[in-house]
Design a protein around this ligand. Sequence first.
Ligand SMILES: [Zn+2]
Length: 136
Amino acid sequence: MTKCAYCNKSDVESRVSINTWDGLGRRDQDFYYCSDVCLREIEDFSEYVNQNAKRFLVFVGVIVLSMVFSNGLPGNASLIVSIAGLILGILLIKYPFATPLTNQWLGIKKAVLIVRGLGFGIALSEVAYISYQFIL
Ligand SMILES: [Zn+2]
């Protein structure tokens, strides 16, 4: 069964091949789509991923490392972890990249919404934590 790569509608027949990021590198991948609108969304998203995937991965790597290493620091380690978490949340809102498998499973539209929602939730809870612990 084929599904629209963007809106996840079933039984679609139109197919396009786009050279885009698959998690490790760029390669040609087939995307099914139901309409011109969804085709444009798929092309725009693929372009955005191609432009930003590496930057996104580097940012995430730096954030995770700073979280790990701040554990060994004396003092306000939890503030560093919270700030890193806040940046991670903002990053997920700006670059709502799920794994390619998740995109396939849910459709890009829903996957982007979920990742943005997750980013928003993380950012908001870190702001609440930082305010409670360090400001109030
Ligand atoms: Zn569609």
